[in-house]
Design a binder for this molecule. Structure first.
Ligand SMILES: [Zn+2]
Ligand SMILES: [Zn+2]
Length: 143
């Protein structure tokens, strides 16, 4: 392992420590994966990639780790398709774009005025889930 990589793991370890989450090897690896893969991966996708590197990793461990991260507010998740939970390292409210052709989910870097509001028409907002559907730029290119 090179020095730069170790530094990142140290930073992540510190970060989890601050959040009072025991920084186990599996937890660190899963958090690092989410930071590096901003494609809103599912448990299956994370498992497919990380199990190549970590033989002891199970889907249950990934699921439990992500549930803990969610509870502590260090990640967010998308449940647009109720059978497919996608995890997101970005916890700030942001708009998503879902491609109806390839299923890819993109972050839309457009400030939505709704995100500034905590109360809308008397209702208190606790979560923001806004998504657009269509054909992504990659699929448009290949059409
Ligand atoms: Zn697409
Ligand atoms: Zn996102």
């Amino acid at each position: 392992m090179n020095k730069r990589k170790e530094l990142t793991m140290d930073k992540l370890r510190e970060y989890l420590d601050k959040k009072n989450i025991h920084p186990s090897y599996h937890r660190l690896k899963i958090l690092k994966y989410l930071m590096e893969h901003k494609t809103h991966p599912t448990v299956d996708m994370i498992y497919k990639d990380l199990s190549k590197e970590i033989a002891t990793l199970s889907k249950t461990t990934i699921y439990n780790t992500l549930s803990l991260f969610l509870k502590e507010g260090i990640i967010s998740c998308l449940t647009i398709d109720e059978n497919k939970i996608m995890y997101d390292y970005n916890t700030k409210p942001h708009v998503h774009f879902i491609c109806i052709k390839c299923g890819c989910v993109y972050d839309i870097h457009l400030k939505c005025p709704i995100f500034d509001k905590e109360i809308i028409e008397g209702h208190k907002i606790t979560e923001y889930h806004i998504y657009l559907k269509g054909i992504c730029k990659e699929c448009l290119k290949n059409a």
